[in-house]
Design a protein around this ligand. Sequence first.
Ligand code: DX5
Ligand code: ZN
Length: 229
Amino acid sequence: MSSEAARRVGIAPSILTADLGRLADAVAAAEAGGADVMHIDVMDGQFVPQISFGPLIVEAVREAVSLPIEVHMMVADPLEQLEPLAEAGAGRLIFHLEATNEPQREIARARELSCEVGIAISPLTPVSALEPWLPQLDEVTVMLVYPGRGGQELIPELLDKVRELRAALDALGSDAVIEVDGGVKAHNARECAEAGASLLVAGSAVYNPNETPQAALAALRTALEEPFG
Ligand code: DX5
Ligand code: ZN
């Protein structure tokens, strides 16, 4: 088995397609099913057209589970949002590189708030744009779809960015988490891990009308652990 395949790959359910009328049950089911991190997609209606969640939902999730919480901030002004999200219980704050002119300010503020820091890049942003910041990051999210909604198909060509990022982080000796977000399913989870991802966001793969979150998580885990051949 290659070293990439041997790396423990985590699963981060995104609640975007969960039954929000039963949010506490939905996140408890993910925790019971072995999720590693809860991924909360904050959308402000400006950086992306949709409006989704804010700090109150982060707080509700924090009260329902003991898993770590990461917040994917699809917001036009991340600097303003860091503090309320940290206070609501986010352990990791992930802002978009495209939303800031001076990432150093967001990085420093998130650190002051004692949070882990990640940067997300949208499909059109190259890995090279991240390079100045890589040594300071705990995590990078590579979007495999255009951000803004759940249930889209993964764009396979974007996995090349994951390979490039893995090489860049290895060259730095960084153990930052590489997360992939968008269109991850049991049938492509292994490919994401092989490309170098260490955390897979799974939205509609976990929260869908056809199976329980526990069954869906078990299928993802099996897909990741199956030996080759
Ligand atoms: C999309 C969000 C994702 C989304 C993933 O902009 O960032 O986290 O919830 O959903 P799926 O896994 O269904 O593509
Ligand atoms: Zn997300």
